[in-house]
Design a binder for this molecule. Sequence first.
Ligand SMILES: Nc1nc2c(c(=O)[nH]1)N[C@H]1C(S)=C(S)[C@@H](COP(=O)(O)O)O[C@H]1N2
Ligand SMILES: [Mo]
Length: 425
Amino acid sequence: MEPPSPSEPLSRREFVRTTSALAVSALVGERVSAEAPRATTTAKAACAFPHPLLTHADDFYDVSRGSPKPFTLTGEALTQARLTPETWRLEIIADPYTSDQVKEPASLGRQFKLEDGTALDMAALMELGKKHSARFLKAMQCLNIATPLGQGLWEGVPLREVLRLCGGIKSVRRIYYWGYHNNDPKQIFQSSLTYTEAMETAPGELPPFIAYKLNGEPIPLKRGGPARLVVPWAHGFKSIKWLQRIALTNDYKAADTYALQNNDPESHLKTAAYIDMAPDKFATGQPIAFSGLALSGLSGLERVEYWLYRVEPGAPAVAQDDATYQSASWTPCQLEAPPADWSSILPPGVSSKTVLGFDPKTGQPATWPLRYSMISWTTTLRDLKPGKYEFRARAIDLNGFAQPEPRPIPKAGKNAVEVHRFEVA
Ligand SMILES: Nc1nc2c(c(=O)[nH]1)N[C@H]1C(S)=C(S)[C@@H](COP(=O)(O)O)O[C@H]1N2
Ligand SMILES: [Mo]
């Protein structure tokens, strides 16, 4: 159910029109690059599915802390930061942490350290990737921003294969990991996984991995290259850019930067529908097309549906759970079908048979949409009488639950029903 109208989350159209990137960053307490989200697409009269399945690396909406941001470094500063493929190193260490409850510190058969020259380099990581590679499509989404940031084909080495290099692992319950940061504490960005999440993957689930390719190319610096941790099921804050250090710990707490900022550190991507920018006035008699994105989160996606509400003069605003909302009649939208020819979608030389989430025999997706990915939806309204309208879209998950569940804690990911207001005259 959605919150009352005045506090309703803005649709992307309103979001773009009424908020500057800086205001947004103040809102979510982190730095959002001062660029309009370019994935935005205006609904067109033609009913084509407007969003590409792969977002160009430059077109992701950026969410990065710190100043200067790591991706603005150049020359000497960039090599000093070890953010070129040649200078990049990954440390893997045992965290000596103990406490009253945690008696035994973690220990490893072998550590990989900068100080003794044993840290992993890019060549070693890519060599491991020849034997154990993981690649799949994932929607990147910030827990604190309503609209997804982009979708990529991410490729790298499962984290478990890298951790196995440490040999005898004792008294380890969590994996902490950091991206590059300078000495400014505001730039520290770290996340964590349980040991089980790092080492084991349920059938049909996707493993967390250390990525070095995005859409078939080396990950650009801006997107977190040379190497980025990617956690398929999670919001963006688990997918650490500029990955440089992993610590195995016997601490049981999720010391994620996001946890310290009052967010649910174990949130999963939510099944959700989003409405694209659209005009707020249409001429009588014209077909009116709306489109958007549908994300398949933890609970999968069954369909996207819309509710058109005619706003009579003087009528009260629709409120969450009120009688009008309860008796609303929702109509299915069209969902983008899987492409017939994946070779025209995927980067050159990448067969869909080698992408996780696809049947390795047929090269067809095992589920649609693919887990933790997003596709377009559309719908066309005809013969609307002149007047004012509210258009709402929501996703229904595979449990039959409508987006959103009553979610009193938006700190687990924003997921309200979006609304687009318009007039036919
Ligand atoms: N090192 C580092 N990694 C980071 C962040 C950061 O500020 N620093 N931001 C995280 C957050 S909160 C999000 S939502 C995603 C955004 O990914 P993108 O900028 O590639 O779209 O990156 C995550 N990884
Ligand atoms: Mo985020």
